[in-house]
Every structure is written in C-alpha cells, then in structure tokens.
Design a protein around this ligand. Structure first.
Ligand code: 5AD
Ligand code: SF4
Length: 461
C-alpha cells in the first residue's frame, strides 16, 4: 500500500538544538522504520523540523520498488542541495541498499548511506561525519548474518502517534517474484520472536494505541519457534486495551487454514484481508513466479469468505508485465470483477535492474500500460464504491483517530476507520469534549458515501 509520509508532523519534538527532517517513501514498513529513525536520533539532540529547508539533517527513507520511486529520490536530493545546501543528507531505505554505491559516487551532497537492515547504526554513522572522523559514512551490510533481528534488539521503545500503530513482525521475502526487488533490498524472510512482538504491543497499548497493524513483506509467512501468524494474533488478542488487529501484506501461498479460521474465531481481527494477486492469467502468474494460480487464489478467497462472510478483500495488481496480451489482461479484469475488491492497488509494470523479469522483452508499450491501468482502475473503483455505498443507512463502529482539519472551519468533525478499513468522517455535538474521542470506538450513523470517506453523525459512544 503506497503512502507518502513526512514525519515532522507525526513525531514529538525532542529537546535539542539540531533539526531533523525524515521523509519516508513507499510502504507502511518504511513508515514504521522512519519513526524509529527519528526516535533513534532524538537522544542525540535532534528535534523535528517542520520542513526540510530548515533542517540540519535530512533523512530520505527511500523506496526502490518501481523506477519512479528511485527517480523521486534523485530529484529530491537535487532540490534539497539547492534549497538547503548546509544540511547533512542521509539516504536510507531500499534505494540506499540497492544503489548506495552509485548514490555515493553520483551525489556528493549525500554524506550518509544505509539500508533497511542497518538503520539502527544511523547515530553512529552520523557521529562519524559530524565529528569530522569521516567525510562520508556508508553501511549496507549484507543479509548473511541475520542483521534484521540484531536491528530490532537495538531499536528504542517505539512511540505512539495516534490510536492506530504499526508493528513490524516479519521482514524480507523468499518468494522471488520475477519482477520484484524486495528479496534483494530487504533480504530473506525472517520473523521476530513472539515474545518481543508481544512486549512491543504492550508498550504501544500502554501509550494509547488501540489498533495494531502487524507488518511484514510476507506477513503470513510469519513463523517463529512453531508460532504461526494465527497463533500470534490469538496471543495479541489477549492484550487488554488492544481492540483491533490487522496484518499486511500476505501471500496467497502462505494463507493457511489456521489463518483463515482466525477470521472466524478471533474477535479482534478486523474483517479486511489484503491479498495481492498481481494478474488474472495463469500464463503471466507463471512468468511472475507467483507460486499460485488464478484457481488456487479464488479457492483461498472463497474459503476466507466462508469463514468471514462480510470480509473486505483488497489486493495488488501489476499490468503490462512482459508477454501480457490483451487476452491475458481481459482475464485480469475478469478476476477483478469476480473478487469485487475493496481498496486494491494497481501498478504499471516497471522493469527493475537485477530482477529476472528485467531480462524479459518488455512487450507492452507505456501507452498500453496506461490504458490497461485505467481500465482496471474503473473496475476496482467501482467495486469499492459499491461496497462503501452498502453502509449508507447503517451504523458502523469507528475507531476515532483525529479531528478533521480546523474545527472552526469544518465544524465538529472527526476521522476514524470502520472495521473494513474504510475512512469515516463524522460530526459530533458541541456538548461533547472532543479531546476524549480519539482512541474510542464509537458508533456512527452513515448518511452518505463521499469520494474519500463515509460520512455520518455520531450515534452513540
Ligand atoms: N513494477 C510494478 N509494480 C511492482 N510491484 C512490485 N514490483 C513491481 C514492479 N517491478 C508492486 C506489486 C507489489 C506492490 C508492493 O508493488 O503489486 O505487490
Ligand atoms: Fe516482492 Fe513477490 Fe516477495 Fe511480494 S511476494 S515482496 S511481490 S517477491
């Protein structure tokens, strides 16, 4: 799920004379990492700046998944060099991992480069530069020595920035889909211990989190000393004060019967399942090395729906993969029609250096990719709109997150999420102390479905 987060507005300002700006590109895991980076630097005197132009240190926490994401990093570096020539620029994340040496060579303005598995070394790397010990510092150590777990052991206690928190439980990928850089940037699949995850969840809840979304590139491949994701969800479900659980992103091949049963049996697990399919043609799925077929994917969806009939299914799609014909694409459209996704993500195929698919002839031109993307989005938008519309006239439980805009300008409005992960904006009476609402699950009478959110009024608390 692509997001763009600039952490300045999210994390509390630490006391300190130096100003920090962290920008996270890409997925939720980068958001989690970006917050941890700010927390790692706070004891070293870095307070958050409102914008990059006034920062002493700018950390670009990058994404390498598609070519455009890389291009954005390079253009941001160029702009920062012009607008804030005095700042130290550090590049971390997946582009740092994959293109670190190139960045060091091409961008003299960048002083520090690190990767997703070495960001706990950031204060040390930075110290080398600020002390004058080194002009530049670079650490993208390989994945051979299990650095992921070392990283988690060296992160500070996570802060909480709202009622809904992310918690990384698994990293990396062994699936090697032929188009994807993740196995090369995040490394191989690795799971944290249930004990460390539960301890982190307790801390999050202690600081006010009411919902935790478990993160992993292959979150349902989670396995640690015999504990599966379903078991972990059951253990987390016992934490008092933790009201909602979610997890993302799953792989069809790891969607086991116990996980499917969790949707029926775990009352805290929300009825929303993000299960990327990527394409609706078995020929393309084979070429992508997806380890599932259209039929096995649909069987999994049917089993999940049987366990939890109201479940919202979301997914990811790639259009224009090498060799994708009009007929293959029609099958993708048919699959999207059949599943009736709620909030799926679609991307035009982008050849990534070093992946097997980059060796395949890119047979689909950019115009066709755009056309296919637009046609798929019509189907995806339509099923989302139909689903959202089905809540009009109903009362839904909403976990309140924050006020919407300026209360004077927009009236008394709050924003939260429904169990199916739909954003909900609702009004509340003047008599109510608004400060008490975030973190509560309230009931909202939905009056209509807007373009970005369900809209309603507070029915009961
Ligand atoms: N080109 C386009 N989309 C891609 N994704 C991963 N690699 C590529 C690529 N090379 C998409 C997949 C994945 C999501 C995170 O990004 O749909 O599920
Ligand atoms: Fe990439 Fe495939 Fe792994 Fe997902 S399952 S991270 S798409 S290689």
């Amino acid at each position: 799920m692509p997001v763009k987060i600039e952490h300045a507005a999210e994390t509390p300002a630490a006391a300190g004379a130096k100003k920090l700006f962290v920008k996270s590109y890409g997925c939720q895991m980068n958001v989690y990492d970006g917050l941890r980076m700010a927390e790692l630097l706070a004891p070293h005197g870095y307070a958050l700046a409102a914008e990059p132009e006034t920062a002493d240190l700018i950390v670009l926490n990058t994404c390498h998944i598609r070519e455009k994401a890389d291009e954005k990093v390079f253009s941001d570096i160029g702009r920062l060099r012009k607008n804030n020539a005095g700042a130290i620029i550090a590049v971390g994340g997946c582009t740092g991992q994959a293109l670190g040496a190139k960045i060091m060579q091409r961008e003299p303005a960048v002083s520090v480069v690190f990767g997703p598995q070495t960001y706990h070394h950031l204060p040390e790397l930075l110290g080398k530069v600020t002390s004058g010990q080194q002009k530049r510092a670079f650490d993208v150590s390989s994945f051979d020595t299990n650095p992921t777990l070392e990283k988690f052991d060296n992160l500070p206690t996570p802060g909480v920035y709202g009622p809904s928190a992310f918690l990384t439980i698994q990293e990396g990928c062994d699936k090697f889909c032929t188009y994807c850089v993740v196995p090369y940037t995040r490394g191989r699949e690795i799971s944290r211990s249930a004990q460390s995850i539960i301890a982190e969840a307790h801390k999050l809840v202690g600081q006010g989190a009411r919902e935790v979304t478990l993160l992993g590139q292959n979150v349902n491949a989670y396995e640690h000393e015999g504990i599966s994701l379903a078991k972990l969800l059951e253990m987390l479900g016992e934490i008092e004060g933790l009201e909602r659980l979610r997890f993302t992103t799953s792989h069809p091949a790891n969607t086991t019967p116990d996980l499917i049963a969790a949707f029926a049996n775990n009352p805290k697990l929300m009825p929303y399942f993000h299960l990327p399919v990527q394409a609706g043609s078995n020929k393309i799925l084979r070429a992508m090395n997806r380890a599932h077929t259209v039929e096995s994917y649909l069987e999994t969806i049917a089993a999940v729906r049987k366990a939890r009939p109201d479940i919202a299914i979301s997914g990811d799609f790639i259009v224009g993969f090498p060799g994708e014909t009009e007929e293959d694409f029609e099958q993708t459209l048919a699959l999207a029609h059949a599943v009736q996704y709620v909030g799926a993500y679609s991307f035009a195929y982008s050849a990534r250096p070093g992946t097997p698919a980059a060796q395949m002839a890119d047979t689909v031109d950019e115009v066709t990719k755009k056309e296919r993307l637009a046609a798929l989005n019509v189907v995806l938008d339509d099923s989302l709109a139909t689903f959202a519309q089905s809540f009009v006239g109903q009362t839904v439980p909403v976990l309140v997150e924050r006020p919407v805009g300026n209360p004077g300008r927009y009236g008394n409005q709050m924003r939260g999420r429904s169990p199916h992960n739909l954003p909900v904006n609702f009004t509340y009476p003047d008599t109510l102390d608004a400060a008490t609402l975030p973190g509560q699950v309230v009931h909202v009478a939905v009056t209509h479905s807007g373009s970005k959110a369900l809209v309603g009024t507070l029915a009961s608390r």
